[in-house]
Design a protein around this ligand. Structure first.
Ligand SMILES: [Zn+2]
Length: 341
């Protein structure tokens, strides 16, 4: 799991320049017996895991291959929104959400041909914490790869997908292309795998956050409930939260009609923004990452063809409680039910 994480986090990337990450994902799956990888016309990658007798696919885990960064100007590329001088440097424009104050010290950058990133270590694993130049969302990509590999290793009878998208940081471009030309079965639920600032009662180290929604919309309740139930049953640490400090690809997918849910890893130094306006590596907790892969794997194992009877567990719990108070209801029954008779 950690070697896949390291190999993906080590790839440089920026909005529209996701080819190094794309190539690494293709390379990792090259020896997979049950995973095939294709590309759509926009360059989003579609990994399809399939083993065993044919099952109706229910799940597509999605993450984006870009990260905020410096992109070489092309003729006519500078839109009004990025005509802010702090976002321009030596023929590059910065694409992605980083507040102006972080640019004032002109932090060093590292060039990779037609794009550049902040000059930060790509991957460092220390005391259970993974530091990365671009955890958002390369950690999500790595988690999806590991999940499909895990399903393959356990020979889980299911068909499911990993979607790896382009240019999320500028406005979900890749996800929108996918949603508009949805290449999968229509009933497949999209599960956005992200890294996010922990909000409310969530804490780094307490598990992946099953996301009931983001800053813009709320997500599929049945999927979120099923994930929390699985976490409880399997003893996988997980948290449930409305993560409304940002938005994610689930909102874009839903806007175009695809049922969506989301899981996020608690992220430190979101978009490389550290305290005191310093640019630093992002970080995640190793155990949250491992729990995320376990949770995704368990979701496919438990519900390979989707949630058969949505709400059944909750109804059972509620009915049990009604039953436990039945004697009180019986004892007072004679006093009710007369008025309408
Ligand atoms: Zn981001």
């Amino acid at each position: 799991m950690l070697s896949i994480l390291e190999s993906i986090l080590s790839q440089p990337t920026a909005p529209f320049h996701e080819y190094y990450v794309r190539d690494e994902i293709v390379r990792i799956f090259a020896d997979s017996e049950f995973v095939t990888v294709t590309e759509d016309a926009y360059g989003n990658l579609i990994a399809r895991y399939s083993f065993g007798e044919s099952k109706t696919p229910a799940w597509a885990f999605g993450s984006h291959m870009d990260h905020p960064g410096w992109v070489r100007d092309v003729a006519g590329s500078v839109e009004p929104a990025v005509e802010q001088t702090h976002r321009r440097r030596g023929g590059f424009t910065f694409l992605g959400g980083v507040p102006a104050d972080y640019f004032s010290g002109e932090p060093a950058i590292e060039e990779f041909g037609d794009f550049a990133m902040w000059d930060l270590p790509a991957f460092k694993h220390e005391d259970g914490i993974i530091h990365g130049r671009a955890c958002d969302d390369l950690a999500g990509c790595a988690a999806i790869i590991s999940t499909l590999k895990e399903l393959e290793e356990q020979k889980v009878a299911a068909t499911c997908y990993g979607l790896f998208t382009r240019a999320e940081e500028v406005g979900f471009n890749g996800a929108i292309e996918l949603a508009r030309n949805w290449p999968l079965e229509i009933d497949v639920t999209f599960v956005s795998i992200e890294t996010s600032i922990a909000t409310a009662k969530c804490k780094m180290g307490d598990g992946p956050m099953c996301r009931v929604g983001d800053r813009m919309t709320i997500f599929d309740s049945d999927t979120t409930s099923a994930m929390m139930q699985i976490a409880e049953d399997e003893g996988i640490p997980a948290q449930r939260a409305l993560l409304d400090l940002g938005s994610c690809e689930a909102t874009a997918m839903q806007a175009f009609g695809i049922t969506s849910a989301g899981i996020s890893l608690p992220l430190g130094n979101y978009h490389n923004c550290a305290p005191d306006n310093r640019i630093e590596a992002e970080f995640i907790a190793e155990k949250d990452y491992v729990s995320l892969v376990r949770l995704m794997t368990a979701l496919v194992k438990k519900h390979p063809e989707g949630i058969e009877n949505p709400g059944a567990d909750l109804r059972k719990k509620l009915e049990d409680r009604v039953q436990r108070h039945a004697t009180y209801a019986d004892a007072t029954a004679a006093r009710f039910g007369e008025i309408l008779a």
